[in-house]
Design a protein around this ligand. Structure first.
Ligand SMILES: *Cc1c(COP(=O)(O)O)cnc(C)c1O
Length: 229
C-alpha cells in the first residue's frame, strides 16, 4: 500500500468515526482530495486507490494537471480565489467551482461553459468573518446571489462552501460551520434544491461532520505538507 493509499484510508476512518459520533451514519459525505502544489504522479496514486474528486487552487498549475491526467476519471473542483478574467479556463476545465462569490463571476462562468459539457456545479463561498478583504459573499447577500446563479442555464447551484479563518481559538471553526449550515437550510427553505455543504479540512473535519457537512476538502493529511510554489 502506498503512503497516499494509507492516508486516504485513515481519512475515511476519521470521517466514519465522526459520522458515528454525530449520529450521521447513513449520510453520504464526499471526500475532495486537495492536490494543490502536488505533482500528477502523486495524484495518480490517489486515483489508483479509488479517489475521484480533487481540489485545486491555482488555475495555471491545475490546468496542466487536468490535461496530464485526462481520461483517468478524475472530477476537478476549483477551490481558489477566482479572478474574473480567468473564468473561461475554469469553466472549460473544471467540474465544480466552490468559490463563487459574486454575480459578475457567475455570469462569466455561465457564458464560458461549453455547450457540450454538463452544467458546471457551483457552490457559493460564504464570508463569515466581518472582513471585506476575505473572499466570499456576505451572508446578507446570499439570497440574491443564489437567485441569480439559479437563473444561469450553464451553471447548477449545488450549495455552500466555507473556509473559516485560521485562528487558534478553540471552537471558532465549529461556530462558522453551524452558521454556514443555518444559511444553507434557509436557502433550501426558500426553494433552492441544494445538496452540498462543503466544509471541513484536515484540522477540523470532525467539527464539520458534526455540523452537517456533506463534502470534506482534505489536503495535508492525504498528500503531506505542501510543496513550495
Ligand atoms: C488548501 C485548502 C484545503 C485543504 O486544507 P488542508 O488543511 O491541507 O486539509 C481545503 N480547502 C481550501 C479552500 C483550501 O485552500
Amino acid at each position: 500500500m502506498t503512503d497516499v493509499t494509507l492516508a486516504l484510508r485513515r481519512i475515511h476512518e476519521r470521517i466514519a468515526a465522526a459520522k458515528a459520533d454525530s449520529g450521521r451514519e447513513s449520510c453520504d459525505i464526499r471526500l475532495v482530495a486537495v492536490s494543490k502544489t502536488h505533482a500528477p504522479a502523486i495524484i495518480e496514486r490517489a486515483l489508483a486507490a479509488g479517489q475521484r474528486d480533487f481540489g485545486e487552487n491555482y488555475l495555471q498549475e491545475a490546468v496542466g494537471k487536468i490535461r496530464a491526467l485526462a481520461g483517468h476519471g478524475a472530477r476537478w473542483h476549483f477551490i481558489g480565489r477566482i479572478q474574473s478574467n480567468k473564468t473561461a479556463d475554469i469553466a472549460q476545465h473544471f467540474d465544480w467551482v466552490q468559490t463563487v462569490d459574486r454575480e459578475r463571476v457567475a455570469r462569466r462562468l455561465d457564458s464560458a461553459r461549453g455547450a457540450g459539457l454538463e452544467p458546471l456545479n457551483v457552490c457559493l463561498q460564504i464570508r463569515l468573518a466581518d472582513d471585506p478583504n476575505r473572499p466570499g459573499v456576505a451572508p446578507q447577500e446570499l439570497p440574491a446571489l443564489a437567485a441569480s446563479v439559479e437563473r444561469l442555464p450553464r451553471l447548477r447551484l449545488r450549495g455552500l462552501m466555507c473556509m473559516p479563518p485560521l485562528q487558534a481559538e478553540a471552537g471558532a471553526s465549529a461556530r462558522h460551520f453551524d452558521t454556514t449550515r443555518e444559511h444553507y437550510e434557509r436557502l433550501r427553505a426558500a426553494g433552492h434544491a441544494l445538496d452540498t455543504l462543503s466544509m471541513g479540512t484536515t484540522g477540523d473535519l470532525e467539527a464539520a461532520v458534526a455540523a452537517g457537512s456533506t463534502m470534506i476538502r482534505v489536503g495535508t493529511a492525504i498528500f503531506g505538507v505542501r510543496q513550495r510554489r
